[in-house]
Design a protein around this ligand. Structure first.
Ligand SMILES: NC(=O)c1ccc[n+]([C@@H]2O[C@H](COP(=O)([O-])OP(=O)(O)OC[C@H]3O[C@@H](n4cnc5c(N)ncnc54)[C@H](OP(=O)(O)O)[C@@H]3O)[C@@H](O)[C@H]2O)c1
Length: 484
């Protein structure tokens, strides 16, 4: 499947983010694309600064010096993403694959703001994409929680979610983007809804459905608007919508443990480290929450491999990138791992209450992560279909599934200590707590990126060669040599 990318040009937005950086590394490492255009705020300089926080120095340097990466300084909230007409001309002429990963990931940001940071830019990019001479795939990165409003539509404790579009009307209808006839009546309704969001900052659909965050609704509406655009242009088969659940640290690519502060379970763990109480009020309707409440976390490299292989094999429509029923965590697994890391000498016990997820009585972390007392059974049948299209050699070199948590592979937060402490510092700044309190509460660990850089197998020599930059000789170690 890597052959698909040989000689292709890719336009990647969000290439400095957690997911985008991992996509870029994997592409350069494994495939031989002709060019990757990266849209980023502040261009090369700021991309390099961001990669330095995510990657070992040598790897950040290698990416920023790669001769097949072109940096386009832009901002998705601006008209035409702030790019020059000449940049668009170059993109329209040469790009075959667009991966749109740039997005606000602020869960609580109000809907009117998400119009400019999620919905409008994605729609505008899709419209421009229709003018690309040789576009083969447009990949939109959404979230599995676009359908989290389903929690409120049933009494079940484990809510099944299909790789489809759920209508937000009074009747829960399901649309499969593969079936155009069914979609026909739904399109104009979505346009009407979008007009309402633009004119009034909300819509009946948003008000009627109880989404945990405006972010989830914004992604839901974006998915439907994109389907409309591609359908109207008879290009439905070019649109792939990938819905990751919660991104977790990488198992191996770009390096084991690669992660950032956008990992929600890390943020949640940090707030528990700093919590001085001994009980935490959490909402649930489950009779046995410790075992029935679940958390779906997927290593970022599994998401990357699913995105790149689905794209290469021509999957279209909606695809979940999730741990799924097989490998999601029980609340117990997760909570025990957090308590093991906690430094304050008393443990916190969850106090499960039959409260609404917007109840003011909840602990602040539960108010923010709202879905903490829920369980979603995300279907991921599309990955089984994908497997059937891959040969044995391809399967061997892809990481498409999450390892199950068990006795031999317990869920462990130890490798994330550095990120948990960083997140603790961020929380402390907001709450005006002293840094020394964070140091007292959060264990220290080596910065994942630099620690790994010191390991022999991840030396600068390896980074230079694996990122397609040519071999760096021992004599020139310290500077990355580019092969033109
Ligand atoms: N994190 C998760 O657990 C998770 C789960 C499900 C889905 N997702 C989705 O996955 C995608 C990537 O998320 P992530 O976790 O990688 O987030 P991230 O680390 O915060 O990265 C977001 C990326 O979007 C870019 N971006 C944001 N606003 C922009 C703007 N106005 N103009 C240009 N670029 C902008 C950022 O650029 P800068 O470097 O300039 O800030 C960054 O490269 C998003 O679509 C997100 O909704 C994430």
């Amino acid at each position: 499947m890597w052959e698909y990318y040989r000689g292709k040009s890719i336009f990647l937005t969000g290439g400095t983010g957690t997911l985008g950086t991992a996509i870029l590394c994997r592409l350069l490492n494994q495939a031989a694309p002709k060019r990757v255009f990266i849209l980023c705020r502040g261009g090369l300089e700021s991309a390099y600064a961001k990669w330095q926080k995510l990657l070992p120095d040598a790897m950040a340097t290698a990416l920023s010096q790669s001769s097949c990466v072109t940096f386009l300084s832009g901002d998705i909230t601006l008209k035409q993403m702030g790019l020059h007409e000449s940049d668009w001309r170059a993109l329209k002429k040469s790009v075959q694959v667009i991966i749109h990963a740039a997005s606000s990931i602020s869960l609580t940001c109000p809907l009117p703001k998400l119009v400019t940071s999620i919905i409008a830019p994605s729609l505008s990019l899709a419209e421009i994409a229709m003018e690309f001479a040789d576009l083969q795939h447009f990949v939109y990165i959404s979230t599995a929680y676009v359908n989290s409003h389903l929690w409120k539509t049933t009494d079940r404790c484990d809510v099944p979610v299909k790789e489809c579009i759920y209508s937000l009307g009074p009747y829960q209808e399901i649309y499969d983007p593969h079936n155009l006839e069914e979609w026909a009546g739904f399109g104009p309704q979505t346009e009407h809804e979008w007009r309402s969001v633009l004119d009034t900052g909300t819509s009946i659909e948003f008000d009627y459905n109880d989404f945990p965050w405006p972010y989830a609704y914004a992604k839901h509406l974006t998915e439907r608007l994109l389907i409309n655009t591609f359908m109207q242009n008879e290009a439905t088969e070019k649109l792939l919508i990938v819905r990751p659940s919660c991104l977790g640290p990488a198992t191996s690519q770009p390096y084991p443990g690669y992660s950032s502060l956008s990992t929600s379970s890390t943020g949640l763990a940090a707030s528990l480290m700093l919590y001085a109480g001994n009980t935490m009020k959490l909402p649930t309707r489950s009779a046995d929450p410790e075992n029935e409440v679940t958390m779906d976390e997927i290593p970022v490299d599994v998401v990357v491999d699913r995105i790149l292989s689905h794209t290469a094999k021509g999957t279209f429509g909606c695809v979940h990138a999730v741990a799924g029923k097989r490998a999601r965590l029980s609340f117990n697994d997760w909570w025990s791992a957090v308590m093991k890391e906690r430094r304050l000498p008393w443990l916190v016990k969850p106090e499960w209450l039959p409260l609404d997820w917007h109840s003011p009585k909840l602990h602040s972390a539960a108010k923010f992560y709202v879905i903490l007392g829920t369980s979603f059974a995300f279907e991921d049948d599309q990955v089984s279909r994908l497997l059937a299209k891959l040969n044995a050699h391809e399967k061997l070199h892809l990481k498409l599934f999450v390892d199950e948590i068990g006795e031999t592979n317990p869920y462990d937060l130890k490798p994330r200590r550095h990120r948990i402490r960083q997140m603790g510092m961020k929380i402390a700044r907001k709450r005006h707590l002293p840094g020394c309190f964070v140091k007292l509460c959060c264990r220290s660990g080596p910065p994942t990126n630099q620690a790994l850089a010191q390991k022999a197998q991840h030396s600068m020599h390896d980074y230079g060669s694996t990122l397609g930059l040519g071999v760096v000789s021992k004599e020139t170690e310290g500077e990355v040599v580019r092969v033109k």
